[in-house]
Write a protein that binds this ligand. Structure first.
Ligand code: NAD
Length: 487
């Protein structure tokens, strides 16, 4: 180690700050600061990586690919079970570090931790159950056998908003499928990724199978890695703009690509819905992670007959939310950075200029950290540009419609297609509406729906492919067809 110490101690937890390459924590010539969004103070300095470190990570991933895919399923699953139990032992480290670097309330960090560990356990359970198919050829005379093989070395790029869940969900699927990985953390939350990587190291994943880089210049790293012919897969979670750039780059070498991108989250409440339940779910769906979630309710679409009652209760609940440092028992934490905080202020101003009425909130808190009041806006008309823009903020936009038909048409009026929601007591109506919603996921009387067994993902400009469920593992497997002559 040169400039950097090899770790930082945060709230009593030891967190590595280097890059993890070929089974070792290693430092680089430069470092960058990780900022606590709750007080704007630096938390740690981590190793700044560039193309050289990323390519070293890819070297290691490529060199260990053949050996890793040959590890018998039961043995691979044992490593996963070990990693899962180490995660559980380190719950406090994970949750504290997530609160520190992402700002989320501790209860939310615990929820994210539980789901992430659940993903890892679920993948462990699937490893021994991956199988192909066998049938007669339609013309007879030979057999059609389909097997599945790991795609190969994979580049995993994750965002800051769910730093553990995104890493565990991607790496879990890739490693379960027999792929080696190069992970790139988000610059705002490298420490959570480091703790996760340390778990895999301690669980005994062989050197080279898992590699991790941190960087403030993600473009330089991806431009070095994506054209390399040894790279066979990119799995990205982040904004649609960056996803589109990476897809273009991946197209040059026809690199297998999975993209989990932005969302618009229309949240439809019909006239026969259980209003109290819908309000409670809408509050969770909108204000969780201070609204910085791809599945957050972006447009809350209310049937006119219940709009007033819903609005009144929703505003009351939004006003009761406590905002502050995630360690202080609050409901809503900070916005991730100063520049994102400024974007939220500008967003609300644009809404107001477009005729929206501020029912509550609408201001930054007078604090050192990057806090914004939970805000509720009543939008007249259809909101135009806002149908195609992720709010990504603790800002709820309420719209009114006159029928279920109109609600569905309006919900579909977006370039995105990730999560959608419908609230009604009529299961027939819910099912019929879910079939018409152009989204990868529909929550029926539910505002939160991530689960290890579920295929999570979107259509349209929300992405390609799925994470979680059986589909999530098959994203990292290629079918191989064997034609076998039988005399
Ligand atoms: P972002 O697109 O700015 O960044 C995501 C990741 O990509 C980060 O690690 C970032 O460093 C990296 N990145 C940026 N430019 C890159 C480049 N040229 N090459 C390689 N990597 C690059 O998004 P963000 O602000 O960190 O995250 C929020 C976005 O993520 C939102 O749009 C949200 O909807 C989306 N998201 C989607 C899902 C999903 O499952 N669909 C889940 C969480 C977040």
């Amino acid at each position: 180690m040169s400039r950097l110490d090899d770790h930082v101690t945060l709230r009593g937890h030891r967190v590595p700050v280097g890059a993890y390459l070929d089974g070792r924590w290693t430092t680089t010539d430069a470092a960058f600061a990780v900022i606590n969004p709750s007080d704007a103070d630096p938390l740690a300095e981590v190793a700044e990586c560039g193309p050289a470190e990323a390519l070293r990570g890819l070297d290691a991933a490529a060199a260990s690919q053949e050996a890793w895919r040959s590890v018998p399923p039961r043995q691979r699953a044992e490593l996963f079970h070990h990693a899962h139990s180490l995660m559980l032992e380190r719950v406090d480290a994970f949750t504290d570090v997530m609160v520190l670097e992402s700002g989320k309330p501790r209860a939310e960090a615990e929820g994210e931790f539980g789901l992430s560990a659940g993903f890892f356990r679920w993948y462990a359970e699937q490893i021994a159950h991956l199988h192909g198919t066998y049938s007669d050829a339609t013309t007879g005379g030979y057999r059609v056998v389909t097997t599945h093989q790991p795609v190969g070395p994979s580049f995993l790029v994750t965002p800051w908003n769910f730093p553990l869940l995104m890493a565990a969900r991607k790496a879990g699927a890739a490693l379960a499928a027999g792929c080696t990985v190069l992970m790139k953390s988000a610059k705002e939350t490298p420490l959570t990724a480091a703790l996760f990587t340390q778990v895999l190291h301690d669980a005994g994943f062989p050197a080279g199978v898992v590699n991790l880089v941190h960087t403030t210049d993600s473009a330089a790293v991806s431009e070095a890695v994506l054209p390399d012919p040894r790279l066979r897969k990119i799995s990205f979670t982040g904004s649609t703009g960056v996803g589109s750039t990476l897809l273009s780059a991946a197209a040059r070498n026809i690199v297998n690509s999975s993209m989990e991108l932005g969302g618009d989250g229309p949240f439809v409440v019909l006239d026969d819905a259980d209003i109290e339940h819908a309000v409670e779910q809408a509050v969770a769906c909108k204000f969780r992670n201070a609204g910085q979630a791809c599945v957050a309710a972006n447009r809350i679409i209310l049937h006119r007959d219940i709009a007033e009652e819903f609005t009144e209760r929703f505003v009351e609940r939004a006003e009761a939310l406590r905002v502050g440092d995630g360690f202080d028992g609050v409901d809503v934490g900070p916005i991730i950075t100063q520049s994102q905080l400024e974007r939220v202020g500008a967003l609300v101003t644009r809404f107001v200029e477009a005729g929206a009425e501020v029912l509550t909130g609408g201001r930054e808190l007078d604090a050192k950290g990057f806090f914004y009041e939970p805000t509720v806006l009543r939008v007249s008309g259809r909101g135009g540009e806002f149908c195609n823009e992720e709010l990504f903020a603790p800002v709820a936009a309420l719209y009114t419609v006159d029928s279920a038909e109109e609600a569905v048409d309006f919900a579909n009026d977006t370039r995105y297609g990730l999560a959608s929601y419908v609230f009604t007591r009529d299961l027939n109506a819910a099912f019929a509406i879910s079939e018409r919603l152009d989204f990868g996921m529909v929550g029926i009387n539910r505002g939160i729906m991530a689960d290890p067994a579920a295929a999570f993902g979107g259509i349209k400009e929300s992405g390609l492919g799925r994470e979680g469920g059986h589909e999530g593992i098959y994203e990292f497997l290629e079918p191989k067809y064997l034609a076998i002559t039988v005399d």
